[in-house]
Design a protein around this ligand. Sequence first.
Ligand code: PMP
Length: 340
Amino acid sequence: MAKHKDLISAIGNTPLIRLNRVSALTGCEIWGKAEFLNPGQSVKDRAALFIVHDAVASGALKPGGTIVEGTAGNTGIGLTLVANSLGFKSVIVIPETQSQEKKDALRLYGAELIEVPAKPYKDPNNYIKISGRLAEKLARELPEGAIWANQFDNVSNKRAHVETTGPEIWHDTNGRIDGFICAAGSGGTLAGVAEALRERNPDIKIGLADPEGAALFDYYAHGTLKSSGDSITEGIGQGRITANLEGLAVDMPYQIPDAEALPYIFDLLQHEGLCLGGSSAINIAGAVRMARDLGPGHTIVTILCDYGNRYASKIYNPAFLASRDLPVPPWLVDRHPLDI
Ligand code: PMP
């Protein structure tokens, strides 16, 4: 579509990009859905739009109202752009550990940003729980009202991918797709795309690419929610079965260490010109593992969630990588944008 009536109409319909070097490496066709090309530069624009539209349709969100959300950043960016476009306000609660670039973008776009210490989900001061309580308070106090977007347990999120991302992948591969794999934050992308693809062909294999420190790999591989290790990736790594993940069956679960994943995005930047964030690295590493297990000749699609620029001070900063004992590509040492 060449013309859009407004910015939010430009959300979605992202292209598939062939990942040439990992395709050559595995003998499979590995494609990445370029979600960084959404207006808010991440896959979360889709969920933000569906959550807001559904809240308006149900009457919960009224003109001039406020949208409150706890987010690793990208959902907040999507919600804030949608809010600006439709005349709402946004209040975003973010763990202070998330990248400075995402916090700066949120402030620039006009969100009221509340940074809180990172706490586990079971802690009452976890950022998601704080955002829920804040939404209730603002709903009582503000004359125009407030809603809690609640991306983790609001299935409008998953529906965005059932109705848009999944059908786009089916259409753009002409239905010739053997596997889909990605990581889960809320799980909306994974569960929604899985549902849309399986409706069209129940034989398509669904894979989970889980970072270390998340509990979903153990759940889908062994039936228990257990986690160990850690990851520098942001926006993924879930410890529970969210409402968006309920009912999902995963055929091929993988746990991917950062040290395995990051070299794929460094290689992509150097040789294919794609600068991607850490969750895309986990996704691509997962696609490679799936390709090896399925064997040559298969077509696999994954998600390129957001741009690497959002993590310049972390993933693309040699000093940060070295501080985490992660591999530093020699060429990055000469071009790092920041020191920490
Ligand atoms: N990658 C990034 C960078 C994200 O911000 C998110 C969402 N927090 C995801 C992946 C995961 O998407 P979902 O919430 O649909 O599982």
